[in-house]
Design a protein around this ligand. Structure first.
Ligand code: FES
Length: 100
C-alpha cells in the first residue's frame, strides 16, 4: 500500500482516531493515514483509490474536526464535517471519533 504523498503544503501531526462502534482507538502518526492504521490493525474498512477521489472510504464523523484533504467532497460537505475520507484526510482536532 502506498502512503499518500500529499502535494499540498500542509504539515501533518499525530492525532487519535476513536472507533465508536468497535470501541477501539488508535494513534495516527504524522506519516500514516487513518486508513493505513486501521488496515494494519485488521479493522474492516472499504477503500479503493487511496487518493481521495473515489469516495469509497467515506466515513461518518461523530466528533472532532476533520482536516479534509480529498478531492471528492463538495465544499458544503467539507464545511459540514459530517464525513471524512479516511484514506487521505486527517484531523484538525486532537481526536476524531468515527462511526466504525
Ligand atoms: S479510497 Fe478513494 S476516496 Fe478514499
Amino acid at each position: 500500500m502506498s502512503e499518500n504523498a500529499n502535494p499540498a503544503e500542509t504539515t501533518a501531526s499525530a492525532f487519535i482516531v476513536e472507533l465508536a462502534l468497535s470501541k477501539r482507538e488508535f494513534e495516527v502518526p504524522a506519516d500514516k493515514s487513518i486508513l493505513s492504521v486501521l488496515v494494519a490493525a485488521n479493522i474492516p474498512v472499504a477503500f479503493a483509490c487511496e487518493q481521495g477521489i473515489c469516495g469509497t472510504c467515506e466515513t461518518v464523523v461523530l466528533e472532532g474536526v476533520p482536516d479534509h484533504r480529498d478531492s471528492y467532497l463538495t465544499d458544503a460537505e467539507r464545511a459540514s464535517n459530517d464525513t471524512v475520507m479516511i484514506c487521505c484526510s486527517r484531523a484538525k482536532s486532537a481526536r476524531l471519533v468515527l462511526e466504525i
